[in-house]
Design a protein around this ligand. Structure first.
Ligand code: PHE
Length: 360
């Protein structure tokens, strides 16, 4: 049968030439599919004489088997080639050294803010916030700092730009967190217990001053708040924050326009062997300003000074972070130097809480 050898040659050729699984499947369908050429030929066997069938039958069956096994062999070869190509492409040298990832850490200022929030939160203070770009009313007037008051100069204020012809007083970068006192009073009324940690700005730069630094404001307002409660609150805070049993605070009479009376507070410490120890020794270090909220300030916050009184304090966060963690230079706080951060930073999951111990 000439037809058979022609079919064999043609299909074996096509099988060998199929470049991928799809092409191979197309060849299979053309030859052996339901309407494939070889399948149709086999159907013709029924119409043949028994003699014809005797030679044509085995020949066609043989051809079918031959094409079928050629298809299988080709499919296996294509699969092997595909696997080889993948192994080449996905080759990986497992002996290469690992690439170290830069490891971030929690900045000491963030850590100390979390510590402050935990300690004052335990005493019933909630956290209040205000904008860093503040109107001069909130930053000065409402805090009893009149336009001609020398404190406006002493604070070395950064003023925001106003468009030419706009004669309203310029906004300022807040010089302290005290404006949040006014905002909290306006928002929440009395009684009130808040702390307000955040950024403040003054034109100042040396080893212990940066033009941007952090303060935490404290404000407690109730019917009969006293200076004694201010003192207890600050002592409790220092004991918890510095993690020492005994702290001693010294209240020095001072002056702030927004408190009356006012006191600056020093903490007892020693510098023996160049090491700072809180709670012992003969040295004193200033850590905060405080006092009883001035009636003008209560009024500016919408609170009646005949009914309510309060204490307030403002403390440098960077300062107490330097004290607690032995960090000598303030400017390095804001250099974003990874080496510094790795040295002084905190692990991301070491969240400070009172039962767990603050700094671990
Ligand atoms: N705002 C004052 C400062 O920045 C600190 C302070 C706050 C003093 C609250 C008394 C009461 O220096």
């Amino acid at each position: 049968m000439d037809g058979i050898s022609e079919l064999r040659a043609r299909y074996l050729d096509q099988v060998a030439g199929a470049a991928d699984a799809d092409a191979l499947e197309a060849v299979r369908l053309a030859a052996l599919g339901k309407k494939g050429e070889i399948s149709l030929k086999m159907r013709e066997l029924g119409r043949m004489t028994p003699e014809e069938r005797q030679t044509a039958g085995p020949a066609l069956n043989g051809l079918k088997a031959e094409i079928d096994s050629a298809l299988r062999a080709r499919r296996a070869a294509l699969e092997d080639a595909a696997l080889d190509a993948r192994l080449q492409a996905e080759w990986l040298d497992v002996t290469l050294p690992g690439r170290p990832r830069p490891r971030g850490s929690i900045h000491p200022v963030s850590q100390v803010m979390d510590e402050l929030t935990a300690i004052f939160g335990d005493m019933g203070f909630s956290v209040a916030e205000g904008p860093q770009i503040e109107s001069d009313w909130y930053n000065f007037d409402a805090l009893n700092i009149a336009p001609e008051h020398p404190a406006r100069q002493e604070h070395d204020t950064f003023f925001m730009h106003r468009a030419a012809g706009d004669n309203r007083p310029p906004h300022v970068l807040r010089t302290h967190t005290s404006p949040v006192q006014i905002r909290a009073m306006q928002d929440q009324g009395a009684p009130l217990r808040v702390i307000a940690p955040g950024r403040v700005y003054r034109m100042d730069m040396d080893q212990t001053h940066a033009p941007m630094f952090h303060q935490v404001e404290g404000l407690a307002i109730d019917r009969a708040i006293t200076m004694a409660q201010l003192k207890w609150t600050l002592e409790e805070f220092c004991r918890a924050f510095f993690e020492v049993d005994e702290v001693e605070l010294r209240f020095r009479a001072s002056h702030f326009p927004f408190t009356e009376p006012s006191a600056e507070v020093d903490i007892r410490c020693s510098w023996a062997d160049g090491q700072l120890r809180i709670g012992e020794g003969d040295s004193w270090m200033e850590i905060l300003g405080s006092g009883m909220v001035h009636p003008h300030v209560l009024r500016a916050g919408g609170i009646d000074p005949e009914q309510w009184q309060g204490f307030a304090f403002g403390m440098g966060i960077d300062r107490i972070a330097m004290l607690k963690y032995g960090i000598p230079d303030l400017r390095a706080f804001f250099d974003s130097d990874l080496r510094w951060l790795r040295h002084y930073g905190f692990a991301a999951l070491d969240l400070p809480d009172l039962p767990g111990g603050l700094s671990r």
